[in-house]
Design a protein around this ligand. Structure first.
Ligand code: ADP
Ligand code: MG
Length: 703
């Protein structure tokens, strides 16, 4: 049995929480830090020195030897460079420890080694990391020792964002400003701040580490590139919420403890739909902290797995034919005085404000459906989206029956000039019905679903950062709020204007609302008729980032400049090409060095048997049939291999990143599939003993 765990004792043990800051700082400094944290502004050096010193004292008391500016460059993972606290020894050879305010607030690193999509070519290579005061510092403990990690934003010398944190913080400011503007129009003068809250549910697979190490595709690509289906998949629905096996339970237990120490609110754990698939959901937090924590969740998941002789697969589609993994991004807007703008409320006034917020979100999602789709695009998600129980590539909004009915009434009866009479909509909606937070009529097929008091964006990939999705959500909704405020602020009859904006938003953007089966072919046809975009692969989405509508959106709110967007587009094309190239190379290697040689040897043995049998005067009918099938598939595999090699070489010679990415998608990916098909057939034809790779059954059912 595992040791008894005292959650309260270990929770946030390794975090420099506000409580600890209070303990380690004098009152004036503490108050100043809190004010700057809430209101923004420059931290005076004296204050920074005091905070740095306090952080160091706390960290050293807890065994830390180094500190690092922890940041999130556009590689999808986090980056860190450790510096010891030690100072030049004094005259007597004593080593003193130091951490200055300057070191806390700003770090310098070579930006040219991180993806910058051309920004580095035009500007200096130097990059800076700047402390994100709103996300707490923490200690990472592992074999390397204990490291004080300071969450930071990463920018170029000229201030261009080179990470996911900088634009996320900018988008949070934008939505704060516009939401406060909107709230004022509803008579709210008490709320001082509006922040997006995010709860990302994280899906993952666990496989045995020994078996994992026997598969180069898992090692290099994070997914299986070959593999025939196991006799059993997920058809019996017996894994979802199933009893958690001991080995997995021990893993989850350890994972929770590690996460709680880091202040991550790991809350829910269960088995997912596919065999060997699981999920962890934290309690929602402010968007930037949620993003930092989700990065930690992914990192700790992998680390703890290796301790348990397991490997954690965060890829969106580790196994063909069963569910892939996503990261449901639950999103809502909350004021500092406890109002959730996505809560329908129970008085007509609250309802009206809710309907305004809802109508703006509908408008935002419809206007920028392509951009939202883009925000969830990554290489792995191309394998998952549109597949087994994964959201379709078409973005639509699910509201649920009750709410959709209200929207339909507003559209049908709410004339542009209609107004509220005695707190009642002319439509007859006096107050919204009570919504069940745990709505029973959930629609799992919708990519963007209203779930009682939040929206759940389900397209995000399991290995992806939630940065892009939340930057996009915050900004497009800020834009819709801003449009609404422009109209209402400039009208004489504010109530009528509010009603008109709501009606217009719903009427003009109704096409994005869809409650039916998002997986069906009928929806694909219907969505096309409605003019909704259907961007099928990552490379199809990238252009959206630099189109006029997107540039105008992000520039208006100071989130991205055109140059920053162009750099991001370039990085995405580059990432797609590089990742696919690695996959192709891995397949070539596995086919040439493992599968073909093993099958060829087996075929030789069969041929020998057939000859020996013939000598004995017997025709080996079964053996001959088998050998001829094997020979057919082997020949097909060999020619598919040659073709893939040629196309890969051709791809490598293309210089434009965009052209290269499309070439990989259009030519190399189909060639990879053509190589996989005969290999998977062969796996079913030869003796299991000679197959050089652990099979799907070995990986998913023998964990
Ligand atoms: P589900 O039914 O989808 O599992 P849960 O209530 O378990 O929904 O929540 C899933 C995630 O959504 C959790 O991370 C939870 O903290 C988060 N969540 C709940 N309420 C909100 C909210 N108002 N805003 C943002 N996230 C939320
Ligand atoms: Mg959910």
């Amino acid at each position: 049995m595992p040791e008894k765990i005292n959650v309260q004792e270990i929770f946030a043990k390794n975090v420099f929480t506000i409580g600890k800051m209070k303990e380690y700082l004098n009152e004036d400094v503490f108050n100043e830090v809190m004010r700057l944290r809430d209101e923004g502004g420059v931290l005076p050096l004296k204050t920074a020195n005091a905070v740095a010193n306090a952080m160091k004292d706390w960290a050293v008391a807890n065994g830390a030897t180094h500190y690092t500016h922890w940041f999130q460059p556009l590689t999808g993972v986090t980056a860190e460079k450790h510096d010891a606290f030690i100072k030049h020894p004094d005259a007597e050879g004593r080593c003193l420890l130091e951490f200055s305010g300057k070191e806390l607030v700003k770090g310098e690193s070579d930006a040219s080694s991180f993806p910058s999509g051309g920004l580095r070519a035009t500007f200096e290579a130097r990059g800076y990391t700047a402390w994100d005061m709103t996300s707490p510092a923490f200690l990472k403990e592992d074999a390397i020792g204990t490291i004080l990690c300071i969450p930071t934003a990463f920018c170029s010398y000229k201030g261009e964002a080179l990470d996911t944190k900088t634009p996320l913080l900018r988008s949070m400011e934008a939505i704060n400003n516009q939401a406060l503007r909107l709230l004022k129009l509803f008579g709210n003068t008490s709320s001082k701040k509006v922040t997006p809250s995010v709860g990302p549910e994280q899906e993952y697979f666990l496989v045995d580490r020994e078996k994992y190490l026997k598969r180069e595709d898992l090692i290099f690509a994070g997914r299986t590139l070959f593999g025939a289906p196991a006799p059993k998949g997920q058809e019996k629905d017996d894994h979802y919420y199933g009893t958690i096996r001991e080995r997995i339970g021990a893993y989850m237990n350890d994972l929770n403890v590690e996460l709680w120490k880091l202040g991550v609110t790991a809350k829910t754990q269960h088995n997912e739909v596919a065999p060997a698939q699981h999920e962890l959901a934290p309690i929602y937090e402010t968007a930037n902290v949620a993003m930092d924590h989700n990065q930690l969740v992914m990192e700790v998941m992998k680390k703890v797995a290796s301790r348990h002789g397991l490997a954690c697969l965060l890829h969106e589609k580790p196994f063909a034919g069963v569910n892939g993994s996503g990261k449901h991004d639950n999103w809502s807007l909350n004021t500092d005085d406890g109002i959730n703008l996505l809560d329908p409320g129970d008085s007509p006034d609250e309802n009206m404000q809710f309907l305004m917020v809802l109508s703006c979100i509908i408008k935002a999602v419809d206007k920028h459906a392509d951009l939202i789709r883009q925000s969830a695009a990554n290489v792995g998600n191309d394998q998952r989206m549109g597949g087994n129980e994964a959201p379709p590539c078409i973005i639509s909004v699910f509201l649920g029956e009750q709410l959709e009915d209200v929207v339909n009434q507003i559209i049908e009866f709410g004339e542009a000039n209609s107004h509220i009479e005695g707190g009642t909509f002319k439509t007859g909606v006096s107050a919204l019905p009570d919504f069940e937070i745990d709505a029973t009529d959930r629609n799992r097929t919708s990519p963007f679903a209203f779930t009682g008091n939040k929206f759940e964006f389900r397209s995000v990939g399991s290995s992806d950062s939630i940065g892009s999705a939340n930057i996009t959500l915050n900004t497009i909704v800020a834009e819709a709020f801003s449009d609404a405020c422009d109209i209402i602020e400039n009208s004489d009859d504010k109530t009528a204007a509010i009603h008109k904006v709501i009606t217009d938003n719903f009427t003009k953007h109704q096409r994005i609302i869809f409650s039916g089966d998002g997986y069906s072919e009928a929806w694909r046809v219907e969505a096309e008729r409605r003019g909704l975009p259907n961007l099928k692969s990552m490379v199809d989405t990238v252009g959206t980032l630099v189109d006029e509508k997107t540039v105008a959106l992000f520039e208006k709110f100071g989130i991205f400049t055109k140059a920053e967007l162009e750099s991001r587009a370039e990085i995405l094309y580059e990432t797609y090409a590089k990742s696919t190239n690695i996959e192709a190379a891995t397949m070539i290697e596995m086919a040439s060095k493992q599968i073909i040689p093993a099958v060829a040897t087996y075929a030789g043995e069969l041929a020998y048997t057939i000859n020996e049998m013939a000598k004995a005067g017997i025709t080996g009918v079964v053996q001959i049939g088998r050998l001829s099938d094997i020979n057919r598939e082997l020949t097909e595999m060999d020619s598919a291999l040659a073709k893939l090699k040629t196309l890969r070489n051709e791809a490598l010679s293309i210089s434009s990143e965009k052209e290269k990415a499309f070439f990989y998608r259009d030519k190399v990916v189909p060639a990879m599939e053509a190589l996989r098909n005969p290999a998977d057939e062969l796996e079913m034809l030869v003796d299991k003993k000679i197959w050089p790779l652990p099979t799907y059954a070995d990986l998913m059912f023998e964990v």
